[in-house]
Design a binder for this molecule. Structure first.
Ligand code: PLP
Length: 420
């Protein structure tokens, strides 16, 4: 495999961006590599600067559920751009997108469009605090909720791989209201409520964790969170930045049948453009300015080009009746092959992680027992055979509707020939 051009570009990029990248998970440090520079992408394939072609299971870390370069989405963006790139003012698209979101996720009675998942979560937490008049929040070890100060505690993926427990540059005061619980462990949540009960503004959770690798909620866990938050007047926030429109049209809340008070969306909802959403119960969202006193704003929020991409993507998902079943079948096929080859695999629908652990992974501690050197070897093997996966053990493989049966089958053959 010739990657000379990528290596040259990486050298140049390293002079400008820290580590040559604009987001640390792209750096490939943990698998002992330098990043590939991508020239273009189409369907389920990405092509690097040296012309190598790979079947892509990163899918831009989630947004590309319809594959790369979906024609309808690109056309919608082009049409929108013909009318100007940004107005900093109201436009029809915002209503259209809000309608689609609410139709599929009715618990988002009111919502706000923002520009990234980080911003969505940060704003949702602020609204929950403003509404309840409380300061503390509960998050789970290994769940990632973006890089805002208060949430960079045991935050999975990028941080987990790099073995940085917290980020430098975050004053202690910013995280002292962040309480940590153990995913899938009800007792750990009960203990916090016993101690801090009526000080807890919100419990935030990835309803299916996907940033310590995929870790599904055990049966009853989300129902338990619903109940205990209700008992204490605490807001339950589902961070569905990955799971929204991924596990089902109605997200994880529909998939698992548990309704939160607030929801954050990102990734898929922007159709590949920078767009994210937070929302929830009307009475909570009515606390947000200009109706209420919780301030939150954005120059480019509701950007027409991004909104048009979201409308197009969600429109396709709404009309493709069997899409989620098909994604599930493809996922099941990969899972079966991996399991038969002796891998330890967690999967929910089109989200999947191969763990190099002895035990099955149910939380952050078990995820951390993974042998990341073994993962690095597997990663390199896949890449050399034209299969592009995340350069970190603690991420998901994403399957898109563009993954053809042939390419899934090819991936299975490559997996079968690997000796663990
Ligand atoms: C990706 C992600 C975020 C952060 O979104 P950005 O757009 O990268 O800021 C937040 N929460 C979850 C669950 C995510 O997967």
């Amino acid at each position: 495999m010739n990657t000379k051009k990528s290596e040259e570009l990486y050298q140049r990029a390293s002079g400008f961006m820290p580590g040559g990248v604009n987001s640390p998970v792209r750096a490939c440090k943990n698998v002992g590599k330098t990043p590939l520079f991508i020239e273009r992408a189409e369907g389920d394939k990405i092509i690097d600067a040296d012309g190598n072609e790979y079947i892509d299971y990163v899918c831009s870390w989630g947004p590309n559920i319809l594959g790369h370069g979906k024609k309808e989405i690109i056309q919608a963006v082009k049409n929108s751009c013909d009318n100007g790139l940004t107005f900093g003012a109201c436009h029809r698209g915002e209503i259209a997108l809000a309608e689609i979101i609410q139709r599929n996720i009715p618990s988002m009675e009111m919502l706000r469009l923002v520009n990234s998942g980080t911003e969505a979560v940060m704003s949702a937490v602020r609204a929950a605090r403003g509404y309840t008049g409380r300061d503390k929040i509960v998050k789970f070890e290994g769940c990632y909720h973006g890089h805002s100060d208060g949430l960079l505690v045991r935050a999975g993926s990028g941080l987990l791989t790099g073995a940085i427990p917290d980020s430098a540059g975050v004053p202690k005061g910013y995280t002292e209201n962040t309480l940590l619980a153990v995913y899938n462990n009800e007792q750990s949540v009960e203990d916090l409520f016993e101690k801090y009960g009526n000080e807890i503004a919100a419990v935030i959770v990835e309803p299916c964790a996907a940033n310590m690798g995929v870790v599904p909620p055990k049966k009853g866990f989300l129902e338990f969170l619903r109940k205990i938050t209700e008992q204490h007047g605490t807001i339950l926030i589902f961070d569905e930045v990955i799971t929204g429109f991924r596990l089902s049209l109605g997200g994880a809340q529909k998939y698992y049948g548990v309704t939160p008070d607030m929801t954050t969306l990102g990734k898929i909802v922007g159709g590949g453009m920078p767009l994210a959403v937070y929302g929830g119960k009307r009475e909570i969202m009515e606390c947000v300015a200009p109706l209420g006193s919780v301030y939150q704003a954005g120059t480019l929020s509701g950007n027409p080009a991004a909104v048009s991409a979201g409308i197009a993507a969600l429109g396709i998902l709404e009309s493709a009746t069997e899409l989620y079943e098909q994604l599930d079948e493809k996922g099941a096929k990969l899972e079966k092959t991996l399991a038969e080859s002796g891998f330890n695999v967690n999967r929910v629908g089109s989200l999947l992680t191969v763990f190099f652990t002895e035990r099955s992974v149910t939380d952050y501690d078990t995820a951390k027992t993974s042998d990341t050197n073994k993962y690095a070897k597997f990663y390199s093997y896949l890449l050399e055979n034209g299969v592009y996966t995340a350069p970190s053990q603690f991420e998901a493989m994403f399957i898109s509707s563009a993954h053809s049966d042939e390419d899934i089958e090819y991936t299975c053959q490559v997996i079968k020939q690997y000796r663990i």
